[in-house]
Design a protein around this ligand. Structure first.
Ligand SMILES: [Zn+2]
Length: 402
């Protein structure tokens, strides 16, 4: 009888494999239904025969492969079943089957779904230690982004280049890409990615179902002030961005747009969180609001940045049109000096958002002439009007509502 039950279970599992995206793994000696997911580390697909999976809302990845691709070191203690993972200055110690984790010596509790586990795929001989991708990534200063449609988890520690000084990130141990050893000969995964790239269809126009949803993303916030004015240190980028957002949102709502702000107070959603908010809401448009700064007082003016669709993977629409509409309407509304539009596929909120996205740098806090304008209430209104009209112009020309 046992044999028959086993056989039936096998058939059942097999049929699930065939008819659904889900598969079965053995966790804690029990077969569980899980969904295979794809994982990318700093732009490279995670190489592993043991497929990462989503289980109870968490993505679990094999510890050996993930830490290797992150460039981290792992020290095992088989007796206590603990792993000590270190990268840069960060140390994470976790234990199989335990909620308790130590991050840089500080005791933290994981949620139950994130507990590291042993897992085995049926028919596979090897048992793997699976660790929660998000938890581990965040502990090691990686940004995490989840794409529901593609069932793809992307982690990266190649931080968005500071918009403030436009310097390239230093090649410290921490933000060096983890694996760059196979640049000469391309892996099958890369060939496949290139193939996918060829077949990806880029649309000129956006199809909107129902009211057009606009994400307004006031940059920085909380402990991240963004640029601080050298002219008047009480003037901070995070506050100005929020001021403009608070003017802009009601303008858009009055025009029947659905508006979602990534923050409405002085807090800091991570860059990946901001992209996630946008992607989850299936918004049609994403606009990030920032102010600029430079080391000298000379640079001034407004600029609009965007990530060209051929340089980022997630985009399905031509990106320049939104940036252009914003650029034109900001110029009209403010009469200010406009700097040329810039391609910035490296900026997290631009590259990780799936919809047309642009980032407006609304003037230099380091420039006395820009500051004179920025400190006027009515100039902030004009900046908001410019963005509002730019969005409207883009919608009129490029968004098809059904
Ligand atoms: Zn900024």
């Amino acid at each position: 009888m046992k044999k028959i039950v086993g056989l039936l279970a096998c058939l059942l599992l097999f049929s699930q494999n065939v008819f659904a995206a889900s598969t079965s793994v053995v966790i804690n000696q029990r077969a569980r239904k899980v969904n295979p997911v794809k994982v990318e580390v700093n732009g490279d697909r995670l190489k592993t025969e043991f497929i990462p999976f989503a289980y109870q809302g968490r993505t679990l990845v094999p510890i050996r492969e993930i830490t290797e691709s992150m460039g981290a070191n792992v020290a095992w203690n088989n007796k206590n079943r603990t792993a000590q993972i270190s990268l840069g200055g960060n140390k994470v110690m976790l234990q199989i089957g335990s909620k308790v984790v130590y991050i840089n010596g500080k005791k933290k509790m994981m949620d139950t779904n994130s507990i590291p586990q042993f897992a085995t795929y049926p028919r596979a001989k090897e048992t793997k230690t699976m660790v929660p991708l998000r938890f581990l990534s965040e502990a090691l200063d990686f940004d995490v982004n989840w794409n529901q449609k593609q069932q793809l988890a992307t982690i990266s520690n190649m931080k968005a280049v500071s918009i403030i000084d436009q310097k390239k990130p230093e090649a410290t141990e921490k933000n060096k890409p983890a694996t760059r050893s196979n640049q000469v000969k391309e892996s099958p995964e890369k060939e496949q990615a290139k193939e996918n790239e060829k077949t990806r269809k880029i649309e000129k126009k956006v199809q909107a179902q129902g009211p057009v949803t606009v994400i307004i993303d006031p940059g920085h916030g909380g402990t991240d002030s963004g640029a601080v004015s050298s002219v008047d240190p009480s003037v901070k980028e995070k506050d100005l961005a929020l001021e403009v957002s608070r003017r802009l949102s009601p303008m858009l709502r009055a025009k029947n747009y659905e508006v979602i702000e990534t923050r409405t107070g002085d807090n800091y959603p991570t860059l990946s969180k901001r992209a996630e908010i946008a992607n989850k809401s299936q918004a049609e448009i994403f606009v990030s609001i920032h102010f600029n700064s430079s080391n000298n007082g000379i640079a001034s003016g407004i600029e609009v940045l965007y990530a060209p669709e051929d340089k980022v993977k997630l985009k399905e629409h031509e990106q320049i049109h939104l940036a252009k509409a914003l650029h034109e309407e900001l110029e009209k509304a403010t009469g200010s000096k406009m700097r040329s539009m810039k391609k910035r596929p490296d900026l997290a909120v631009l590259k990780w958002t799936e919809m047309p996205a642009a980032l407006c740098e609304l003037g230099f806090l380091s420039s006395p002439e820009d500051m004179e304008l920025i400190c006027q209430d009515d100039y902030l209104d004009r900046l908001a009007t410019g963005i509002c009209n730019g969005i409207e112009k883009y919608v009129n020309n490029y968004v098809v509502t059904q």
